[in-house]
Design a protein around this ligand. Structure first.
Ligand code: FE
Length: 214
C-alpha cells in the first residue's frame, strides 16, 4: 500500500528543517518531560533501543519456524498462544493476549487494527507505516482481496480470507503456510523464509529459491 499519511519524510524538506514536524513535536515533548523529571532519558533510550534492535520480526519468524518444525509446538501455539510463546521465553509486550492464526490452503488470515495501530510488538517490533495508514485500515476490511493484490499476493477464489481486527487486548500473529520443498530444513533456515508481511497476512512466506540461506 502506498499511503504516506503517517510518513513525514516527503514533507519535511519544505520546512527547511532536518526534522519533520512530528519529530520536532516529539523532541519538544521529550524535553519538557525530562525537564520536569517525568521521564529518565536513559530509560527512554533503552526503550527505543529495545524496539529498534532487540525486538523485531526475527522473533516472530523464530516462532513460526518452530511451529513448522514441531507439530506439538504448533498445536500448543494455536490452542494457547501465550503459553507456547512463554515456552520460548517470549512474553506479550504490554500483557495483552496473543492469538496465533493458522493459514491453510483453505483459509488465509490477515490482521488489521481498524481503530488505530495495535500490533504484536513483542513478536514483530514496530509496525510498518502502511499498517497505520487510513487506507489500509479501511480497505483491509472492505476489500481484503484487493489489498492483497496491492501487496502482490493473488489468492485463488477458493481461499477464504479472514480479517482480524486487533485491539489493545488482543494481538494476532499469522502463521503463514510452510513453503514446499523445505523438508529437513533447520529452524534457522526456515525462519529466513518468514517475512514480516507474511506474519501480518499481507504476504506469503518466501519460496526456497528466494532464500539466501540455502
Ligand atoms: Fe490499535
Amino acid at each position: 500500500m502506498a499511503s504516506r499519511r503517517d510518513d513525514d519524510d516527503a514533507a519535511h524538506h519544505e520546512h527547511g528543517s532536518e526534522l519533520s514536524e512530528t519529530q520536532v513535536r516529539v523532541r519538544a515533548l521529550e524535553s519538557v518531560l525530562v525537564e520536569k523529571g517525568y521521564v529518565d532519558p536513559a530509560a527512554l533510550d533503552r526503550l527505543i533501543e529495545t524496539y529498534e534492535t532487540r525486538v523485531g520480526p526475527h522473533i516472530g519468524a523464530q516462532v513460526v519456524a518452530r511451529a513448522w518444525a514441531e507439530r506439538e509446538f504448533a498445536a500448543q501455539l494455536f490452542e494457547e498462544t501465550p503459553a507456547a510463546l512463554a515456552s520460548l521465553g517470549i512474553a506479550g509486550g504490554q500483557g495483552e493476549n496473543m492469538v496465533a492464526l493458522e493459514n491453510t490452503p483453505a483459509v488465509h488470515n490477515m490482521v488489521v487494527c481498524t481503530l488505530c495501530s495495535c500490533y504484536p510488538w513483542a513478536l514483530l517490533g514496530l509496525p510498518p507505516v502502511w499498517y497505520k495508514s487510513a487506507p489500509y485500515r479501511a480497505r483491509a476490511v472492505a476489500d481484503p482481496r484487493g489489498v492483497l493484490r496491492d501487496f502482490g499476493v493473488e489468492l485463488g477464489a477458493e481461499v477464504q480470507i479472514r480479517v482480524w481486527d486487533s485491539t489493545s487486548e488482543i494481538r494476532y500473529l499469522v502463521v503463514p503456510m510452510r513453503p514446499e520443498h523445505t523438508d529437513g530444513w533447520s529452524e534457522a533456515e526456515l525462519a529466513a523464509l518468514v517475512t514480516r508481511d507474511s506474519m501480518i497476512g499481507t504476504g506469503l512466506a518466501k519460496q526456497p529459491a528466494e532464500s539466501a540461506t540455502r
